[in-house]
Design a protein around this ligand. Structure first.
Ligand SMILES: Cc1cc2nc3c(=O)[nH]c(=O)nc-3n(C[C@H](O)[C@H](O)[C@H](O)COP(=O)(O)O)c2cc1C
Length: 398
């Protein structure tokens, strides 16, 4: 199968798996510890069914959605995914470009390989930046200044990484070794890595041709004038996460950043309320794709409570576990204003570069369009609990 033949996200997933060595693929794919959260994220969507209404004119179906004053063509965008250049060189800018081309938002990761300034060049109206605060507050503040100076519309603070998580796949695979120099690691440290290299020549040739591990370009100015790419990775690892970050810091970021400020990784409704009180413009209800706390609830399960707590005071968005267009419609029925996904577009980038990213976006857009037609919903503002069916709650609780 080739990227152009993929008909769903699972196909892109398979193609990415085929192209990447296990150590790299597992970093995208994995959760942490027993990986129960991954199943929970999918199961949360499966609890809901969509109850169709018929004899509705669905000849024109509009899936555009306006948030933060921008009318996006779809109700979804691309979540921040760090180290994307390791899976496909230049992936950050491919994600940015595909997002701009299709008029959806792209959140550049705080651990991106490409820079804030380059994202602003490629996608001036569609790139947002996700901040991982540094232990050195001056670095965080400088990153915020750069995002503001580059003119990006939104800053997204990720709060669900107070400490690193125990990602057992990566420990077993020796992922830490390939952050430095994969070829050296393959030759000297793990014979299994060498075997992987030989069976994934496309990826290895790209890795070597580009001189090994990609730098975290945003961190070059802070890692020192002669920093090699792997030094930026090590420096970032020493600075992030900022274990001592608190709400006081969020108040400071609010003062520093003049445009939309979004908090990502919120699960408790009271945290969302506190973010609203500080003047944040939005939250992304998220469990980081089940990569931080294996016992965390699915973000979809927390969405109704978060929405009830903040009402219309801020924009409520969601990610974690979305693999179908119908998942996005379910989240919108439960009160989300907008959705994001991380792995699907990364599978696309790994499998086929920008064409793969575009393919992932097209798959979601196409599925949403068909499901809107099927359930009798010509525009997203009609969505709500009335379209949802759950075994235990309908019709008894209406
Ligand atoms: C490979 C990978 C890297 C990620 N890197 C970041 C990151 O740098 N910053 C961040 O806030 N979230 C990061 N995330 C989490 C995503 O932003 C998002 O919350 C998650 O992927 C959503 O779940 P999904 O993959 O099921 O869509 C990462 C996720 C993956 C899979």
């Amino acid at each position: 199968m080739r990227v152009k033949d993929a008909i769903n996200i699972e196909d892109l997933h398979k193609l990415a798996k085929r192209r990447l060595p296990k150590v790299a693929f597992d970093f995208i794919e994995g959760g942490l510890e027993d990986e129960r959260g991954l199943e929970r994220n999918r199961a949360a969507f499966h609890k809901y069914h969509l109850l169709p209404r018929y004899l509705v004119d669905v000849s024109v179906r509009d899936q555009s959605q306006t948030i933060f004053g921008h009318k996006f063509s779809c109700p979804f965008g691309i979540s921040p995914t760090g180290g994307a250049g390791l899976y496909r060189r230049g992936a950050d800018l491919m994600l940015a470009e595909a997002a701009a081309d299709t008029n959806i938002p792209y959140i550049m990761s705080g651990a991106s390989n490409d820079s804030i300034e380059s994202a602003a060049r490629v996608a001036p109206n569609h790139a947002w930046y996700q901040l991982y605060a540094a232990k050195d507050g001056a670095i965080s503040d400088d990153l915020i200044r750069r995002v503001a100076d580059a003119g990006l519309a939104a800053l997204v603070l990720t709060v669900d990484v107070p400490v690193h998580s125990k990602r057992e796949r990566n420990i077993r695979n020796g992922f830490a070794n390939i952050r430095g120099n994969w070829v050296k690691a393959a030759l000297s440290l793990k014979p299994s890595l060498l075997a992987e290299a030989m069976t994934h020549p496309g990826w290895v040739v790209e890795y070597i041709r580009h001189g090994g591990t990609p730098a975290l370009e945003n961190w070059l100015p802070y890692a020192g004038p002669n920093a090699a790419p792997e030094d930026t990775v090590q420096f970032n690892r020493a600075q992030v996460p900022a274990h001592a970050q608190t709400w006081k810091d969020l108040e400071r970021y609010r003062r520093l950043f003049p445009r939309k400020l979004i908090v990502k990784g919120i699960l408790h409704p009271a945290d969302a309320v506190r973010a609203a009180e500080i003047g944040c413009d939005g939250v992304i209800v998220s469990n980081h794709g089940a990569r931080q706390l294996d016992q965390a609830p699915a973000s979809l399960d927390m969405l109704p409570a978060v929405k009830a707590a903040v009402g219309d005071r801020m924009t409520v968005m969601l990610d974690s576990g979305i693999r179908r267009g119908a998942d996005i419609l379910i989240a919108l029925c439960l009160g989300a204003d907008f959705c994001f996904f991380g792995r699907p577009t990364l599978y696309g980038a790994a499998a086929g570069g920008i064409a793969g990213v575009q393919k992932a976006i097209d798959i979601f857009r196409g599925e949403i369009d068909l499901v809107m037609g099927q359930i009798g919903c010509p525009s997203l503002d009609r969505l709500g609990p009335d379209f949802l069916w759950q075994e235990d709650s309908w019709p008894r609780n209406r």
